[in-house]
Design a protein around this ligand. Structure first.
Ligand SMILES: NC(=O)c1ccc[n+]([C@@H]2O[C@H](COP(=O)([O-])OP(=O)(O)OC[C@H]3O[C@@H](n4cnc5c(N)ncnc54)[C@H](OP(=O)(O)O)[C@@H]3O)[C@@H](O)[C@H]2O)c1
Length: 368
């Protein structure tokens, strides 16, 4: 960071903490805040395809947007694909990686309707741009940080928890006492899904690829854990459900699991495909087998949904789930695998690529 930029950043940090302690209304103060800082540090993909921290222009909040000074972001599988150039951001979204962030409100754009306060702690679902010191976000995609969580923990919530909530309640419409088979049970999305299935009094059954991950999944609520590398998960699911099968399958694996998934599915069951870690092709009698089960194959991607859809998801999650992070029964908690500094983001990517994480990998941004 150059010396003048450092001075501005330091001055703005002081300004934000002052406003926070004074609880001054944002709209009266915004022109006095960080709007003079025109550049920021962000992680960019270099020509060799590696991640590097660089100075880039700071985003300006547009109509209906807030500017967040980012304290932390978290990794998602989509970041690994975007880095390799095979998953570009939707049109209009930042080219910078990062689908979620936590931080404090640093500025407010025109036409914002909510009563937001400068310095408030928030977390947000992003179309991109989280690996940076500042990100501009539509106000509808911003949530308050539950009071029991710090900003690093909060960065673990938006993408994984909103995805799991969306798959269970908007797509599969899960009901109490149903059995939900969750693949990649120790992943960011998987660890959120286990807790959300328990919250709605349904029964989570998970697959993972190691005894350590299985043990962890069971500790946070999985009724049964199956090591898919050592056992036929469909046999175990049928055994557990006394031959009925799983009512819902949350499947981010796809290709390599398709046949066992259909064997595991209950009649009229809902198979929700939301990733393809095990490949995108299925060889064999997929449609015949699915038809005989009268199975519902439902596919979902969150990132390319409309702002209106995401806003409704965020609103529903804020009302229905966020209060449970404050309660003790049942205690919801973000699962954090590890934290890396912004400069070490390449190492963090390698950790995820090697399937080593249980829960979320956090990237600390700046000095927050
Ligand atoms: N559709 C959407 O809107 C949406 C949104 C968010 C995430 N996603 C998807 O959700 C999935 C999980 O994301 P995440 O960020 O939570 O992942 P994550 O924390 O990185 O965990 C992924 C885990 O999947 C397992 N896995 C990897 N390759 C596998 C394979 N070939 N067969 C079986 N298991 C495999 C590994 O665990 P084991 O050691 O247990 O094998 C790995 O640790 C990803 O596919 C991601 O793209 C989709």
């Amino acid at each position: 960071m150059s010396f003048p930029v450092f001075l501005w950043t330091a001055a703005c940090s002081l300004r934000i903490s002052y406003i926070c302690t004074k609880n001054i209304d944002l709209k009266d103060e915004r022109t006095l805040d960080v709007i003079h800082v025109k550049s920021m540090q962000a992680v960019r993909v270099d020509d060799a395809g590696r991640l590097d921290v660089k100075h880039v222009p700071r985003p300006e909040p547009k109509d209906g947007q807030l500017l967040i000074r980012v304290a932390a972001t978290a990794l998602n599988r989509a970041d690994l694909l975007q880095k390799r150039g095979v998953y570009p951001p939707p049109p209009g979204e930042s080219e910078i990686l990062g689908l979620e962030a936590s931080g404090v409100i640093a500025d407010i754009g025109p036409e914002v309707k909510g009563n937001w306060m400068l310095g408030s702690k928030v977390m947000a679902l992003l179309g991109g741009g989280g690996y940076a010191e500042y990100v501009a976000v539509p106000e509808e995609l911003i949530m308050p940080v539950p009071s029991h969580l710090d900003l690093h923990q909060a960065a673990a919530l938006p993408e994984a928890w909103l995805t799991a909530y969306q798959l269970l309640h908007f797509i599969a419409k899960v009901k109490p006492n149903e059995t939900v088979l969750i693949h990649a049970g120790a992943s960011g999305v998987g660890t959120a899904a286990i807790q959300l299935v328990r919250l709605c009094r349904a029964i989570p059954v998970v697959t993972t690829g190691s005894p350590e991950k299985l043990k962890f999944a069971e500790q946070i609520g999985a009724a049964v854990g199956i090591n898919y590398k050592e056992e036929d998960f469909s046999e175990k699911v049928l055994q557990f459900t006394e031959g009925k099968g799983a009512d819902v399958i949350l499947d981010c694996i796809g290709g390599s699991f398709w046949e066992k998934n259909i064997c595991s599915l209950a009649m009229d069951g809902r198979w929700v495909l939301y990733g393809a870690l095990g490949g995108k092709t299925a060889d064999g009698d997929l449609f015949g087998k699915l038809l005989r089960k009268r199975g519902h194959l439902l596919c979902s991607l969150l990132r390319n949904r409309s702002l209106q859809y995401k806003a409704e998801l965020v609103r529903s999650f804020t009302e229905q789930v966020l209060p449970h992070f404050q309660s003790t029964d049942p205690p919801l908690r973000p699962v954090i695998d590890s934290m890396f500094n912004m400069e070490d983001v390449e190492m963090a990517h390698q950790h995820m690529e090697a399937n080593k994480n249980i829960g979320k990998i956090i990237i600390k941004i700046g000095t927050s």
